[in-house]
Design a protein around this ligand. Structure first.
Ligand code: ADP
Ligand code: MG
Length: 343
C-alpha cells in the first residue's frame, strides 16, 4: 500500500491547466522528488495534497483513504500533512522552540519533543531560544522541517526548501533534510527545479512538464532511460543528434557509429548522448573546443563537430583548453527515439 496515491488528478485555473491527469504512487517511508521547471504545476500539486486546493477531477488517497475526489474533501487540518513552504517558512515573532512546538498539543510544547526535533535536524539544543532572524538560511530551513515533522505527520511536503540557499549550503542542508526524513521514516515529497538535487536526494523522481507527469522512476531510471529527448536534456544535460539506424543495435551520426541500448524502432532516430558519454579518444572524430568550464574534479567542454554542438564532461586534470582541437567518441550505449515526423 502506498502512503499517498494520486489517480487522474486535474486542477485548472482560468487560463492554465496547472495539474493535468497526474497519477502517482508514493510508497511509505520514501522520498519522492517532484522535478520540473518553474510554472509546471509543482506547488499546485502540493497544495492539492495538503488540501488547500480541491481537484477538478481524480482522487487523492492517504493509505487507502480517499481525502479528495470522492464526496466532501477532508479539510487540511485533518490530513496530518507537514508542509514546508517555499519561503517565509518561520513565524518571525516566535523563537525556535515556539516555531517547532506550534503544531503540537499544548502539553507537548515544552516537553523533550523540541530537543528531539533539534537533534533530528542536527541543530544544537541551545538554539531553542533563538529568534528566526538570528539563524542562517540553512538553519531556518532545518527549523521549518522540525516544525513540520514535530506533530508526526503521515506525509511531509517540501516546496523548493533550498532555493534561497547558496550552492554549498544547499547541498549540506539537502542531505541533512533527507537524513532527518529517513530517520523518522517519513513519507516525503520534495519539490525542486534542480535535477541534481532530485537525483541525489530522492528514492523516486517524478518529472512534471506543463502539468503532466512525464516520468516517475528511480533516479537511475530517469537519468539512464529518460522518457523522451527533452527529458534527457533537462535531467542529464544530454545533447540530441539525428542519426540513421544501421546494422544490429547501431546507428550512425555526426560522432560516427554508436551502439544503441535498445534496437531502433525507426530508420531515422534521435540519439540522446549524455555529457559523461562523450570521451576524448585519438581514434574519434575531430571536434573544436569552444568553451571550458573547469570544476576541479571534472570539466564541462562545449564542443562543435561539423555543424553539431555538444557538451562533454571529462576529468578536470586532463581537460583541454578552449580553442584546442580534440578527438572524441561516444562511450557506452545510447538511447534512440524515433525521429519526429516532418511535414
Ligand atoms: P510551479 O510551482 O511549478 O512553479 P505552480 O503550481 O505555482 O507552478 O503554477 C502552475 C501554473 O498554474 C502556472 O501557470 C501558474 O501561473 C498557474 N497558477 C498557479 N496558482 C494559480 C492561481 N491561484 N490562480 C491562477 N493561476 C494559478
Ligand atoms: Mg512553486
Amino acid at each position: 500500500m502506498s502512503a499517498l496515491t494520486m489517480t487522474g488528478v486535474r486542477k485548472a485555473f482560468p487560463d492554465t491547466v496547472a495539474v493535468d491527469d497526474v497519477s502517482l504512487h508514493v510508497p511509505h517511508g520514501s522520498l519522492t522528488a517532484v522535478l520540473g521547471p518553474s510554472g509546471c504545476g509543482k506547488t499546485t500539486l502540493l497544495r492539492l495534497i495538503a488540501g488547500f486546493l480541491v481537484p477538478d477531477a481524480g482522487t487523492i488517497a492517504f493509505d487507502d483513504r480517499i481525502v479528495a475526489g470522492n464526496g466532501r474533501p477532508m479539510p487540511p487540518q485533518e490530513r496530518k500533512v507537514g508542509y514546508v513552504p517555499q519561503e517565509g517558512a518561520l513565524f518571525p515573532h516566535l523563537d525556535v522552540a515556539g516555531n517547532i512546538g506550534f503544531g503540537l498539543p499544548r502539553a507537548e510544547r515544552d516537553s523533550d519533543r523540541i530537543d528531539e526535533m533539534l537533534d533530528l535536524v542536527e541543530l544544537p539544543r541551545v538554539f531553542r531560544s533563538r529568534q528566526p532572524h538570528e539563524l542562517s538560511g540553512g538553519q531556518q530551513q532545518r527549523v521549518a522541517l522540525a516544525r513540520a515533522l514535530a506533530p508526526r505527520p503521515s506525509v511531509v511536503l517540501l516546496d523548493e526548501p533550498f532555493s534561497s540557499l547558496d550552492a554549498s549550503l544547499r547541498e549540506s542542508t539537502g542531505r541533512a533534510v533527507a537524513r532527518a526524513l529517513r530517520a523518522v521514516r517519513a513519507t516525503g515529497l520534495l519539490v525542486t527545479h534542480d535535477q541534481s538535487e532530485a537525483l541525489s536526494l530522492a528514492d523516486q523522481v517524478a518529472v512534471l512538464r506543463e502539468g503532466r507527469l512525464i516520468q516517475a522512476g528511480s533516479p537511475a531510471d530517469v537519468y539512464l532511460t529518460p522518457h523522451d529527448p527533452e527529458l534527457a536534456r533537462f535531467v542529464g544535460g544530454a545533447t540530441s543528434l539525428t542519426g540513421r539506424s544501421g546494422e544490429g543495435r547501431t546507428a550512425t551520426c555526426a560522432l560516427g557509429t554508436v551502439t544503441l541500448r535498445h534496437p531502433a524502432s525507426a530508420d531515422e532516430v534521435v540519439l540522446v548522448i549524455r555529457p559523461d558519454q562523450v570521451v576524448l579518444d585519438p581514434d574519434g572524430v575531430e571536434a573544436h573546443v569552444d568553451e571550458v568550464s573547469f570544476y576541479g574534479h571534472d570539466a564541462a567542454l562545449r564542443l562543435t563537430t561539423g555543424s553539431t554542438a555538444l557538451v562533454a564532461r571529462v576529468p578536470g586534470p586532463s581537460a583541454p583548453a578552449a580553442g584546442d582541437t580534440v578527438r572524441i567518441r561516444v562511450h557506452g550505449a545510447v538511447h534512440a527515439y524515433p525521429a519526429p515526423v516532418r511535414d
